[in-house]
Design a protein around this ligand. Structure first.
Ligand code: DER
Length: 233
């Protein structure tokens, strides 16, 4: 598939989800190349007057910048209110709408915002669909830089091959919250995502994992034949 064709799928998914935004809503704005299209469409609808009194909660500095450029009013994240609708991309989507997220580097904020939302809509191209989590994407785990190497034997014990995420200059990439990401490859996929999530969350120094289990209510998936809307079974 060409880059332009892929971009068009992302646009269709993003714009479909943006159509669910209603006046007066507080909307969680995810991070990534698919949800950018949803944010752009919300900005357009606001500018045209088709939407009013919408406030956004940005999940990253990049999203905050985009929203400000489009004139989407933002809520101070410190006052995180209950969110009517959250729209975000994903790295993997399984048949239960459980997700792997975090390759975009914003999983901690994304999970907090998605977890505060009444409705969490995932937007993705069909290439993100998997039969089981971990088959295609590594699982990002966000950790404090302090003592980060101490997690390597623990993660290896859980079956992961781990890569510290680095920037173009080879130095560790810091998230907006000053965290490192350990990208965990599970060669045969993740057997028991709930158990793995619990093991990760109990580990001191681990801030959060890219497993988004039971959070998504809907998914908008685009492929060459158009857009499919899925609801959590
Ligand atoms: O969760 C993430 O960090 C992902 O990267 C996700 O947002 C998907 O991004 P994409 O739409 O750019 O593939």
């Amino acid at each position: 598939m060409t880059l332009a064709a892929m971009e068009s799928l992302k646009q269709q998914a993003g714009e479909t989800a943006a159509g669910w935004a209603e006046s007066g809503m507080v909307i969680g704005l995810g991070t990534g190349s698919t949800v950018r299209h949803a944010i752009a469409a919300i900005g357009r609808r606001l500018a045209e007057g088709a939407l009013r009194d919408v406030r956004g909660v940005a999940t990253s500095l990049a999203t905050e910048r985009q929203a400000r450029e489009l004139g989407i009013p933002l809520v101070d994240a410190a006052d995180l209110p209950s969110i009517d609708l959250c729209i975000d991309g994903a790295d993997e989507v399984d048949p239960n709408l459980d997700l792997i997220k975090g390759l975009g580097g914003a999983l901690v904020r994304e999970k907090l915002v998605a977890g505060s939302a009444v409705r969490f809509v995932v937007v993705a191209d069909a290439g993100k669909r998997v039969s089981a989590l971990g088959l295609r994407s590594p699982l990002p785990v966000a950790v404090l830089p302090f003592g980060w190497r101490s997690h390597l034997p623990f993660l290896a014990e859980l079956g992961a091959t781990v890569a510290l995420r680095v920037g173009p200059d080879g130095s560790p990439q810091l998230s907006d919250d000053g965290l490192y990401h350990l990208d965990c490859h599970f060669p045969r996929g993740i057997d028991d995502p709930e158990l793995l999530e619990m093991q990760l969350k109990l580990r001191p120094g681990v801030v959060d994992s890219g497993l988004f289990l039971g959070l998504a209510t809907d998914a908008v998936i685009a492929d060459e034949n158009g857009v499919t809307v899925l609801r959590r079974p």
